[in-house]
Design a binder for this molecule. Structure first.
Ligand code: ADP
Ligand code: MG
Length: 367
């Protein structure tokens, strides 16, 4: 177990939490990212690689130090990953082919359709007013215009509400490869974390409910506030979607629940996901440990994806720091000051909610 070295492309918040989980299993980690990135800060044991996870040379340097490579982000150089795997035989999970399919959202959609997974209707579209008007005539308004690549936290999406929005849509998403998606009139957004082991077995975590504010996941309710049939149906659909990607690793599967109970898959992340952070506190095994176990071929213990107790309920609140802290950051600071006795009193809504349990509050801004 302690002989394996895992290399991680990307040293942000998700990479940092992969490092934590790996270390508890006595698995070494080497991180490729710029300077003193977040994941490097908690591992002074191993010699990291400074550079870009898109630079073939830096990837080769990382591979030379490792037995297995993994990612915390899908927007990496997949050509370089395929080359290094084919020339050195190093294991890479998720597979570079999976990353390649998923990082282009339109290729991802076509892949899911080819495997019989329900998704919103979509079509690739050229960047012109005529083409966007033709989509509007066919799909109706509103419809969603999306960048095929480099899209996250809503950066890459534009809601075309009427034909009058077309010029602005083209301006906002200029120079990006586009596709259009029919509007999904969802009543809730759901998500399921699924981990795939090297033997092809898939294991799903409970179905959760995600609430987005300004396109960023703000709150996660675990379990989702839906009936058992929908809970189970979402897990089965997520399992089937993840079975379509060979290899191993954890995947976050985002879904739309429609008013008639129908489910559509929105998109899949081939890595730990912010809808899965609640697993750190609420489940037997966290999404990060599950990922490390899956890519290193360690056993998947019985019931490891279950809630820690039969009565566990949890809420994840996404606290954004960095340059654009959201209101929750201030709220946390006020609560901390109160707990530490630095604030004399808590007033108004604070007083009413200070006993509200928050399980697994995560600081950060990854998607
Ligand atoms: P990102 O990569 O930024 O997460 P998504 O494609 O998941 O982008 O879209 C972000 C959010 O936009 C979704 O969580 C959902 O709220 C909304 N959305 C995306 N696609 C559609 C659609 N076809 N119909 C309605 N809402 C959508
Ligand atoms: Mg999304």
């Amino acid at each position: 177990m302690d002989s394996k070295v895992v290399g991680i492309l990307g040293g942000g918040q998700l990479g940092r939490m992969i490092v934590e989980a790996a270390h508890r299993l006595n698995i070494k980690t080497v991180v490729l990212d710029v300077g003193q990135s977040s994941a490097k800060q908690i591992n002074a044991l191993d010699e990291h690689v400074d550079g870009s996870f898109n630079d073939p040379e830096a990837i080769a340097k990382l591979a030379a130090k490792c037995d297995i490579l993994t990612v915390e982000i899908e927007h990496v150089n997949t050509e370089a990953l395929k080359h290094i795997r084919d020339t050195t035989g190093i294991q890479i999970y998720p597979m570079p082919e999976t990353l390649e399919l998923i990082k282009d959202k339109y290729l991802q959609k076509k892949h899911l359709i080819a495997h019989g997974i329900p998704v919103a209707e979509s079509s690739d579209v050229e960047s012109s007013a005529e083409a966007l008007a033709a989509v509007g005539a066919s799909y109706g308004y509103p419809y969603m215009l999306k960048s095929r690549t480099m899209a996250y936290d809503g950066r890459g999406n534009f809601v075309v509400k009427t034909a009058a929005d077309i010029a602005e849509a083209l301006d906002v998403l200029k120079d990006r490869p586009l596709y259009a998606e029919k509007w999904a009139p969802f009543v809730k957004e759901l998500a399921v974390m699924v981990v795939r082991a090297t033997d092809g077995q898939v294991y799903s975590y409970p179905t959760v409910e995600t609430i987005h504010v300004n396109n960023v996941c703000h709150t996660v309710f675990a379990p989702a506030r839906v009936n058992d049939t929908i809970q189970r149906k979402a897990q089965i659909m997520a399992d089937n979607a993840v079975k379509s990607f060979p290899g191993a690793g954890i995947f976050g599967v985002e879904m739309f629940l429609l008013a008639n109970g129908e489910l559509l898959i929105n998109e899949i992340a081939p890595r730990p996901h912010n809808s899965g952070h609640y697993t750190i506190d609420a489940c037997v095994t966290s999404q990060f440990e599950a990922h490390v176990r899956s890519i290193t071929g360690l056993p998947m213990p019985k019931g490891f994806t279950s809630f820690a107790t039969t009565s566990t309920n949890s809420i994840m609140l996404n606290v954004l720091g960095a340059e654009q802290p959201n209101g929750e950051m201030e709220d946390c600071e006020r609560r901390l000051a109160y707990i530490e006795g630095k604030a004399a009193t808590v007033v108004g809504e604070e007083a009413a909610t200070k006993e509200k349990p928050l399980v697994g509050v995560i600081m950060g801004s990854d998607s």
